[in-house]
Design a protein around this ligand. Structure first.
Ligand code: ADP
Ligand code: MG
Length: 238
């Protein structure tokens, strides 16, 4: 359990306070986020929805330390990541956060196993432990039989499972997924969503998924709606 006195909410995983992100291109300014306030409790499977261009990716990237807000505070498990420099953010992302993207982002020349193991190698994990962890994560996503196959030999759903195994490899407390079902048919999307649900239940993680897929509503604990760079409403689902 993470307790930190900076946290207004002791059991919160993600907390933002008046997040603004203004992009400057030449003399043009675009405010992608306009004072976002949100709070997501530990162990929640949360969806972030909203139209294309509403700021979902920008917000997810700020929460994951891939982008920095122009102003405002972001606390992840009580740590104020907006105050960190690039070096500390990079290390934190590598050690503590799992990322999953729409296009899977697997290395084509590596097997499923090697794709997962690479993340651990980059984090400096020793060989024996790498073997053990990669094997375990591929088992969690149901790909043990496919671990020696390369991405092009796998279906879209299987490739996304490899990406999920890879995101789980460093044992993150936070997993961020940007439109992870965007390239999958609806039956496969359901399988992936139910795998996410299982992971949140069993692995003690908080998972935030960006999507505009209406399928997610029956899988997540809460839905946040982003509209024109602001949180429009929040639904706590039963
Ligand atoms: P979503 O993921 O909901 O589709 P984005 O976060 O990608 O929305 O984009 C929000 C707004 O910010 C859009 O108007 C988009 O054009 C703008 N935007 C996003 N990234 C950049 C960037 N790197 N430079 C300039 N404008 C950007
Ligand atoms: Mg987006």
């Amino acid at each position: 359990m993470y307790m930190n006195e900076n946290n207004r909410y002791p059991n919160s995983a993600i907390e933002t306070e008046e997040i603004w992100r203004i992009y400057k291109t030449g003399s043009l300014e675009v405010a992608a986020l306009k004072g976002v306030n949100l709070q997501i409790a530990q162990g929640t499977f949360a969806a972030l929805k909203g139209r294309s261009g509403s700021g979902k990716t920008t917000l997810l990237n700020c929460i994951g330390g891939l982008d920095s807000p122009t102003r405002g505070k972001i606390r992840i498990f009580g740590e104020e990541i907006d105050a960190w420099n690039e070096r500390r953010l990079t290390q934190w992302r590598r050690d503590q956060v799992g990322f999953i993207f729409q296009s899977f982002g697997l290395l084509p020349s590596l097997s499923a196993f090697e794709n997962v193991e690479l993340i651990l190698r980059m984090a400096g994990v020793q060989s024996g432990e790498r073997q053990e962890k990669a094997t375990h994560c591929l088992e969690l996503v149901g790909l043990t039989r496919w671990q020696d196959h390369r991405p092009f030999e796998l279906s879209g759903g299987q490739q996304q499972r490899v990406a999920i195994a890879r995101a789980l490899a460093n044992d993150p407390k936070l997993i961020l997924a940007d439109e992870p079902t965007g390239e999958l048919d609806s039956a496969t999307a359901r399988e992936i969503l139910s795998l996410f649900q299982q992971i949140v239940r069993e692995q003690n993680v908080t998972l935030l998924i960006v999507t505009h897929d209406s399928l997610v509503d029956s899988y997540v604990d809460t839905v946040l709606y982003l509209k024109d760079g602001q949180i429009d409403r929040t639904n706590q689902l039963p």
